[in-house]
Design a protein around this ligand. Structure first.
Ligand code: FAD
Ligand code: THG
Length: 819
């Protein structure tokens, strides 16, 4: 397809660091050749973080998206060279363990690497020494070696991509400081610099840690905190004399000593040392000097030697050869930290055409640039980016105080061993439901999610563990877990339990055309009489699952949606016609799930409405009163039991809880937490969006074809599904239910799954099924695997046998719900 020049959008990229240069290359490669890259500093090293990045690339992360980004960076930079020098030096990566805890965690890391397709091996201290002869063998328990990791030559990669982009029509203008963003009617129109204005259809802020400054010009808050991080070089070491070619600089793996927050690389006969061990050193991007006025460059602050002293000692312990040297040259280099450690990507909804590509490491730069370029030119990225979405944050997570607190915390925790359930320490409590006081009185053990305090179990239920004996767990799996969860799960299956569903996101959609709008946005048929609730999916244009929703039709033009991330609200707002209003009512309202075989006996006496099966059917909603409390009741259950979600306004929440609690006493009601909740939902086969499926998966692959009505008319993603065969799609991979063969074994999620000795997929989520008496794991696996097939899950380096199983494991006939 050829385009005339006038069809090509004008793009201005702010920042010629590694992100801006990579993006210029990716955009021009896709035919968007009218690209102008502006930078306040002088090329080729304009003074941002890239200008002095040592360029270590370790690909493996708990995030599949980040690992994919990093893998692409390695692949791309390997293919680029300048004057015969490759932009990537594949020296490999080595992470060493000096504590048993780290050694165990490296086993977990090896599992993550395998899950995401990174080759690596756990090796002995002797093998570590072969790779890094300067290591003190005595201190090392073992290492994780990833031969494909290494060193990015960031400035060279900038140049190579700049040259390619320029050859396709892009221009790079240095010494242009952006001082304003022009817009009209909510769309960006141009970029104002100290040397004139540049008209633009799209503007991308790739300004690194200056992101908040550019954001303020555009009226778009950018949730990142610039922090200084120390990097120093030793003097020349005799041990390295003649080892490295000065042109390639390094031959030994990039090295991490995470037990002391350190990393290392070679600079010919010196060693570079980076430290995250020091106190957080926040920097105000608004007051940093301009390039001309900075002593070295704006991103390089004077070295504070006293902060580095403990790190130097730790470094010399690991590498005794350093004892004879010292930190000859060092600096405090600035880069970006975000509340959750992930990049911030996407288009501002209030200022269309204004994009962010911020808080990106060199490691992820090419992958991020590809994703943003795909997003800009094709409307979506092939890698699921929900963890990086600008709109992933809750309102309560966007205050400057939160961004500062969490950014600094993420600096401290960069190399910590972080359990997947580990909650924030501060700021807590931030969001509490109206049931919080009652929950505390019951001894709730709270973890945090989306800013909410969420009970995982209640100590008050400890007496119920008698006769319930879930298998003992290893120390890692036992963290943030209690056998009480098993008792709460049993009470839900046998009697009735109250679950705090307040953190479940609630959206209200009203106004003329609401039905038509939601029909167009989702896969299931919502054209039902008021009172109907429907389970449905939000897809992107390619048929990828953006979210799964319940939609309750409360009136002809009035819908209440049960949603997942804040990005769902953003997605709907972007597509809504003016006549349709969408509001997030989560904060002003609350919800209790009342579930279990005795749920009806609990609720019916509180209302004059008919809550019988005939009078109030499954997946129906109605407004009523429970005692003194007005509620919206919805008959559905994520735990797979008879019962209702009961919604009311926040002011009446405590009263609602107390009413239900008192009415339930004669029935043996318990309060139950998320630990039991997650177990029960997995027994029932209900998917958790963001874990089990994302935009990388289609409904038919995820086993959610039942929520798609191809014949209902046009909806987003329909054409893409049709092109894959619609209902007759024969997916190559499938979200597969596994049970662990040993009833005492557990896995937690993200572990690799092997079939016939080869990696075949990874676990998405896992939980012990207390009713079925085994650990359940869902996994993406080849669709050809039939029930009964044996597989192996790698858990901390140990193979755990599991079997492909028919699903759902619990109540496939729906006897417990439809009665
Ligand atoms: P930058 O390189 O900062 O580029 C932003 C550009 O925007 C700058 O050139 C700036 O001049 C320009 N700009 C800003 N405001 C304006 C304006 N108003 N007008 C015009 N232009 C403007 N990452 C790794 O992956 N591996 C590592 O080993 C590693 N080590 C690091 C060590 C140190 C000491 C530091 C400080 C960082 C390290 N990083 C590392 C992080 C990495 O360097 C950065 O994350 C990355 O370089 C950011 O690239 P960028 O293109 O987003 O930003
Ligand atoms: N409650 C409400 N909304 C929600 C959730 C919830 N929205 C987000 C998330 N959770 C959605 N997930 C599910 C998953 C499964 C079901 C409900 C919400 C469910 N599924 C029935 C089944 O698969 O058998 C649907 C059957 C049908 O379509 O009739 O119940 O927890 N309010």
């Amino acid at each position: 397809m050829s385009a005339t020049t006038s069809d090509i959008p004008r793009v201005v990229i702010i920042g010629a660091g590694i992100v801006g240069c990579s993006l210029a290359d990716e955009l021009t490669a896709r035919g968007w050749t009218d690209v102008t890259v502006l930078d306040q500093g002088p090329l080729p090293a304009p003074g941002g973080s890239t200008s002095h990045a040592p360029g270590l690339v370790f690909r493996t992360s708990p995030s599949k998206a980040l690992t994919d980004f990093a893998s692409y960076t390695v692949e791309k930079f390997t293919s680029l060279s300048v004057d015969g020098l490759s932009c990537f030096n594949p020296v490999g990566g080595l992470e060493v363990a000096t504590t048993e805890e780290r050694w165990a965690d490296l086993h977990r890391k090896a599992g993550l690497a395998e899950s995401w397709g990174v080759h690596g091996e756990l090796i002995s201290p002797q093998e570590c020494l072969k790779l890094w002869p300067l290591l003190d063998e005595e201190r090392i328990i073992g290492g994780f070696h990833t031969p494909g990791d290494g060193l990015a030559r960031a400035l060279l990669a900038c140049r190579a991509q700049q040259e390619r982009a320029t050859a396709r029509g892009a221009r790079f203008l240095d010494r242009h400081t952006v001082i304003g963003i022009d817009s009209r009617d909510g769309r960006v129109t141009g970029v104002v610099t100290d040397r004139g204005t540049f008209p633009a259809d799209h503007v991308v802020s790739a300004a690194g840690f200056w992101g908040p400054v550019i954001g303020r010009l555009a009226g778009v808050p950018v949730p990142l905190l610039p922090l200084a991080h120390q990097y120093a070089r030793t003097g020349p070491l005799p041990e390295l004399a003649g080892v490295n070619d000065p042109r390639t600089e390094a031959s030994r793996p990039v090295l991490r000593h995470q037990d002391r927050d350190l990393y290392f690389r070679e600079h010919t006969d010196r060693i570079g040392i980076g430290s995250y061990a020091h106190r957080p050193l926040p920097v105000d991007p608004f007051t940093l000097p301009a390039y001309e006025d900075a002593p070295v460059m704006p991103s390089s602050l004077p070295f504070t030697e006293e902060d580095f002293a403990p790190s130097w000692r730790d470094a010399a312990e690991l590498l005794p050869a350093l004892g004879a040297s010292r930190a000859e040259e060092g600096f405090n280099g600035v880069f970006s930290f975000t509340p959750d450690g992930m990049p911030v990507l996407g288009e501002a909804r209030e200022l269309r055409g204004f994009w962010l590509a911020e808080a990106v490491w060199v490691t992820h730069s090419a992958g991020v640039a590809r994703a943003v370029a795909q997003w800009m030119t094709e409307g979506r990225a092939t890698t699921d980016i929900h963890e990086c979405d600008l709109y992933r944050f809750e309102d309560a997570q966007r205050s400057p105080a939160y961004v500062e607190e969490r950014g600094a915390r993420n600096f401290i925790e960069v190399y910590d061993i972080v359990h997947p359930l580990q909650p924030l320490e501060r700021p807590r409590p931030l969001r509490t439901s109206p049931f919080h006081t009652a929950q505390r009185e019951l001894g709730a053990y709270f973890l945090e999610g989306g800013g909410w305090e969420r009970p995982h179990w209640y100590e008050a239920n400890a007496p119920l563990t008698e006769g319930v004996s879930p298998p003992e767990r290893d120390a890692w799996a036992a963290r943030y877990w209690s056998p009480i969860a098993a008792a709460e799960a049993r009470a839900t299956r046998e009697k009735v339990a109250l679950y705090d569903m307040t953190p479940l996101r609630r959206l209200e959609v009203t106004g003329t055309g609401s039905l038509e709008f939601l029909q167009r946005m989702t896969t299931n048929n919502l054209a039902k009489k008021p009172g109907a609730v429907t389970y449905t999916l939000l897809l992107d244009e390619a048929g990828g699952i953006r979210s799964d929703l319940t939609v309750a039709r409360l009136g002809p033009d009035h819908f209440q949606i049960g949603a997942n991330s804040p990005a769902d609200l953003d997605w709907l707002l972007r597509h809504a016609p003016d006549s349709v209003q969408i509001g997030d009512i989560t904060s002003g309202t609350c919800c209790v799930g009342v579930w279990g075989p005795l749920a009806r006996e609990l609720v019916q006496p509180l209302t004059r409405d008919d809550f019988s099966h005939k009078g109030f059917g499954y997946f129906r909603a109605r407004r009523t009163h429970l005692d003194f409390v007005p509620v919206t009741a919805m008959r559905l259950s994520y735990v797979g039991e008879l019962g209702w979600e009961l919604y009311t306004t926040a002011d009446l929440g405590a009263r609602l809880w107390d009413t239900l609690w008192e009415a339930g006493q004669r029935l043996g009601v318990v309060a139950a937490g998320r630990s039991a909740f997650n177990s029960l939902r997995m027994e029932k086969g209900y998917r958790s969006w963001g874990h089990d499926m994302t935009a990388e998966h289609t409904p038919y692959e995820a086993g959610l074809g039942f929520a798609v009505r191809m014949d209902k008319g046009e909806f987003t993603g329909r054409a893409a599904l049709a092109a894959r065969g619609g209902e007759r799609e024969r997916p190559e991979r499938r979200l597969t239910c596994l049970t662990l063969d040993d009833p005492t074994a557990v896995v937690l999620g993200k572990e690799p799954v092997r079939v016939d000795g080869a990696t075949a997929g990874y676990v998405t989520s896992a939980a012990y099924g207390y009713t079925v008496g085994r650990c359940i794991a869902y996994a993406w696996l080849p669709a050809r695997l039939t029930p009964g097939t044996g597989v192996l899950i790698d858990y901390f380096g140990a193979p755990v046998a599991a079997t492909v199983t028919e699903e759902p494991l619990f109540d496939p006939g729906m006897d417990r719900i439809r009665r």
